[in-house]
Design a protein around this ligand. Structure first.
Ligand code: MSP
Length: 641
């Protein structure tokens, strides 16, 4: 029997249409779901929409629509966008579904039966955009919501309360004994701090409006939207009626969420489950926010990026690749169209697209378009096989730890080496001599076998590309059981007529991200004008430059030059050689083991006949020169921004 993997996204509020920020969580969840399926898990991937509460009700009212009618419309938009984005969810839950509402009633009744609910008076503040209760002490000085900064409303209502405080100690125990429950660690610590200051009981019903699930025992009250929403994770798998399905999938392996809704998932949700005696989810992972120019993307801040326009312009897979490569999962990250274009041109078109194109062209030219059998070995094969093995191991490790950017970096090292293998083995020379036919076959076979392996590994991240590559190289379909060398079938025909990723001509291309808020736009124009005046660069130009932390592994003076030194540095998993004009100021051994700053995407060049792949940064005046280092320890490869 296959092991199961139950994974969820948050369910999305319907007060706004999906934007690239809300799309982000769902794309990442889709990557995990596809990866786990490839590993052989029976995956249940859940997403859906959060339809009750004051915020959604007000929005429907503003539009003069009945709330249900409004929800049907916007929920449909989410569904259709998810389809266009090729997201492979297994079930789409809606909190207005009859079956969900039934679960909510049942669950609250159980909490009541267990003595965890009491009636009281709630007097305090409420933030409608966040649907969150706040006390006086929680508020910022100007009486705004501590989470979103918006205005809060005074609420004075008779409510039912959940004895959340009773679960403070059990939650502390959970956090202490099971660090894996909440990740990343820095967010887990934030939750521990809240637990240290003590949880207050939670108001779980409202009476001032009726767009929600009525309490069975007191229908004047509707259930608080967060309590209602969290229960989607069990209503969607049949709790309590379909016990077979529920027992099969619960507990969830992973709740994927954004950082601002961590408290609800890591504290309130487990307390609710403890109250009715259900097992807890295995892991809650809270990721960071996508920003545009440092601002969170949302309708209200006016910088929502319409994902449809993005996918129409750039395609699904390049956007998925960019999001997973450039944004360190867990941390905030800035969405930059320039960087997206750079990635498409360099990593996708240049590295991967060209590799496929060159390889297929050679198979056509030297072997009539058919994949040859592997022949006699070449002296460069062992290095390639070692790297393949290392890549597969590292890829799985990084994916298991949700370190997608590292996983992609690992794959791309192999892509780049495969390109280099062409230069090392020089097939055009092998072709000239019949004696070398066996070697030529090996080279062609190996090149394409690597492409097959790369295609398998990128499948969760770029499923459409992976299928396209398979088609072009005659592979039916693949699972991770094919993830080892030599499994490419010989004798199949190959083709690669159009580029896998067309290059974007930066000069002619019209960018599509527009800041919707005019004032933001104006500010930007204003800034750009100043840039011209002062002859300095704008932030977009700065963002094109990649500065990384590099660990110096070795250094030596370049013979015949007074100034130049050759350094071997480690940038993450990558080794590079850099030539720097620092020999008058440093002895080579002084630099070894230093963590320095490198301008990493500088075009390769040769200095004094020695290749340099980047430039180190140094501060200089007339008398001296000092190499820039980092203040404290940080991994090599870390990004400087
Ligand atoms: N309805 C609640 C969740 C209930 S789950 C039981 C909610 N909805 S939301 O639509 O406001 O947000 C849903 C998810 O989208 C959250 O995880 C949130 O972090 C994520 N994002 C919304 N804007 C985002 C960005 N700009 N960047 C990254 N994620 C973003 O909260």
């Amino acid at each position: 029997m296959k092991p199961k993997y139950y994974l969820t996204t948050p369910i999305y509020y319907l007060n706004a249409e999906p934007h690239i920020g809300t799309t982000y969580t769902t794309i990442v969840a889709d990557v995990i779901a596809r990866y786990k399926r490839m590993l052989g898990y029976e995956v249940f991937f859940l997403t859906g929409t959060d339809e009750h509460g004051q915020k959604v009700m007000n929005k429907a009212k503003d539009l003069n629509l009945d709330p249900q009618e409004y929800c049907d419309m916007v929920s449909g938009k989410f569904k259709s966008l998810w389809k266009d984005l090729n997201l492979s969810y297994d079930y789409f839950v809606r909190t207005t579904d009859e079956s969900h509402m039934k679960t909510v009633k049942y669950f609250i009744n159980k909490m009541i039966e267990n003595g965890d609910v009491y009636k009281g008076k709630y007097e305090g503040w409420y933030c409608i955009p966040c649907e969150t209760f706040w006390t006086e002490e929680d508020l910022k000085d100007n009486k705004t919501c501590p989470d979103c900064g918006k205005e809060v409303k005074w609420v004075s209502e008779e409510n039912y309360f959940f004895k959340l405080s009773k679960y403070n100690a059990p939650l502390k125990k959970l956090f202490r004994e099971n660090p894996e429950f909440m990740q990343p660690t820095f967010r887990r610590n934030e939750m521990l701090n809240i637990l240290e200051s003590g949880l207050r009981d939670l108001s779980i019903t409202r009476t001032s409006f009726d767009w929600g699930v009525p309490l069975e025992s007191d229908p004047e009250h509707v259930v608080y939207v967060w309590v209602d929403a969290l229960l989607n994770y069990i209503s969607a798998i049949g709790y309590p009626d379909d016990s077979e399905k529920f027992d099969k999938y619960w507990p969830a392996q992973l709740h994927l969420i954004g950082k601002e809704i961590n408290r609800f998932h890591s504290l309130i949700w487990p307390a609710m489950l403890m109250s009715v005696g259900l097992p807890l989810p295995e892991k809650v992972f809270a990721h960071g926010w996508l920003t545009v120019n440092g601002e969170k993307i949302s309708k209200s801040t006016g910088n929502a990026i319409d994902p449809r326009i993005l996918i129409k312009t750039y395609g699904n897979d390049p956007i998925r690749y960019y999001l997973l490569k450039d944004i360190q999962f867990g941390r905030d990250g800035d969405f930059s169209e320039d960087n997206l274009i750079n990635r498409i041109n360099s990593d996708l078109a240049n590295d991967l697209g060209n590799l496929l194109h060159r390889t297929v062209a050679m198979i056509k030219k030297y072997n009539g378009g058919k994949i040859p059998e592997k022949g006699t070995p070449t002296e460069h094969d062992e290095k390639l096989y070692d790297l393949i093995e290392k890549t597969i191991t590292n890829y799985k490790k990084e994916m298991d730890e949700l370190k997608f950017s590292n996983a992609l970096e690992t794959i791309w090292e192999l892509v780049r080496f495969d390109n280099k293998y062409i230069d090392l083995t020089e097939p055009w020379k092998l072709e000239k001599n019949d004696e070398y036919k066996g070697m030529l076959d090996t080279v062609l076979y190996n090149l394409l076998d690597v492409i097959r392996l790369v295609s398998l590994m990128i499948e969760p991240i770029m499923p459409e590309t992976s299928q396209e590559i398979f088609k072009r190289i005659g592979v039916e379909d693949g699972t991770f059981s094919d993830l080892s060398t030599g499994k490419l079938e010989s004798g199949k025909n190959v083709y690669s007529d159009i580029p896998l990723f067309p290059r974007i001509d930066v000069k002619k291309h019209k960018k599509v991200i527009k800041m919707k808020d005019d004032t933001v736009k104006e500010e930007k124009i204003d800034k750009e004008e100043k840039v011209d005046e002062e002859n300095v660069v704008g932030i977009d130009d700065f963002k094109k430059l990649q500065f990384r932390v590099a660990l110096v592994k070795s250094a030596e003076n370049i013979k015949g030059s007074e100034k130049l030194m050759k350094l071997k540095v480690q940038i993450g998993d990558e080794e590079r050689q850099i030539v720097a004009g620092i020999a008058k100021h440093y002895r080579p051994e002084e630099l070894v083991d230093k963590k320095i700053i490198v301008f990493a995407n500088l075009k390769k060049t040769k200095l004094f006949g020695v290749e340099s792949q980047g430039m180190l940064l140094a501060a200089k005046n007339e008398k001296t020169l000092k190499v820039l280092t980092v203040d404290g320890d940080i991994d090599s490869g870390s990004v400087i921004s």
